[in-house]
Design a protein around this ligand. Sequence first.
Ligand SMILES: Nc1ncnc2c1ncn2[C@@H]1O[C@H](COP(=O)(O)OP(=O)(O)OP(=O)(O)O)[C@@H](O)[C@H]1O
Length: 277
Amino acid sequence: MDRKPSPAEACEAAPDDAPVIRVRGLRTQFGSQVVHDGLDLDVRRGEILGVVGGSGSGKSVLMRSIIGLRRPDAGTIEVLGVDPHSDDADDQLHVERNTGVLFQDGALFSSLSVGENVQVPLKEHYAELPPSLRYELALLKVKLSGLPADAIDKLPSQLSGGMRKRAGLARALAMDPPLLFLDEPTAGLDPIGAAAFDDLTRTLQQALGLTVFLITHDLDTLYAICDRVAVLAERKVIAVAPIAEIERLDHPWVQDYFNGPRGRAAREAAERSSGDS
Ligand SMILES: Nc1ncnc2c1ncn2[C@@H]1O[C@H](COP(=O)(O)OP(=O)(O)OP(=O)(O)O)[C@@H](O)[C@H]1O
C-alpha cells in the first residue's frame, strides 16, 4: 500500500500555481441557520485576498473553518495541501505551524507582556528553544511589526489600539508562517493608523512572500492593497476578482457597497495615490 506523503512532502510536491487554500462545497449551519451552502473558494499563492460581505454573511466563520477551528457540516477544505480537520495530528500541526492569525479583537493575553504573548506559539511548538533565543525572536517580530523595541515588556493595556494590533500581528508572525489571516485589522483605527497598517501589511507580504486572507469592511484597504476581492453573499462566494471587476458586478449589495459615497471616495483616493506614485 502507498505511504501517505507527509504534510511537508505534500506541500513540496504541489505545483507552484496550486491554490494555497482550496474550499469546495462548504456548508456551515448553526441550528436552522445556514451560513454557507455550497461555498467554493481558491486563494492563490502570494496574493492578498480581501474578503468582503455584509455583516453576518459568514466571513469570520469561513476563516475559522479554514484554520481548523470549526469543522464544516459538509464540503472539503485544503490548506497548504492538507485537510485542517483531518484526524491525523501531523496534518493539524502542519496547518497550525504554517498559519498566523490576527483575530478581530487582537486576542492577546492581557496578563502577559507583548513579548510573552509573541512567545506563546514558540513555546508551544518549539519548547526546546532556549529562553534567550525565544526572547530575541520575539523582539525581531515586535520590530518587524513596527513597534518600538521597548513595547516588548509592556502589557497590552499599556498600548494604544493601533499598537495592540501590531502586537497581535507580531504574534501571528512568530512562527514565520507563509499564510497569514487578518480579521478586520484596521477596525477601530483612525484613518492614518489604518493606512499605516495597510502599508505594513503590503510591505511584509512582499518582503516575506506571504499569502494573506484579509477580512475587511474597510474600502480604503481593499483599494490600497488587495490583489483580488472575494464577495460573500447568499451563503456563497458570488465573485472573486480584482476590485475593478468586482465594482462592476450587477448585484445589489456590491453596488451599494462599492458605488455608494464611501466606495466612490475610496476609489478616488486610490486613483489619486496611484497618480502620485
Ligand atoms: N458559534 C456560533 N453559534 C451560533 N451562531 C454563530 C456562531 N458563530 C457565528 N454564528 C452566526 O453565523 C453568522 C455569520 O457569522 P460571522 O461572524 O462569520 O459573520 P461576519 O460576516 O464575519 O460578520 P461581521 O462582518 O459582522 O463580523 C452570524 O449570523 C452569526 O450569528
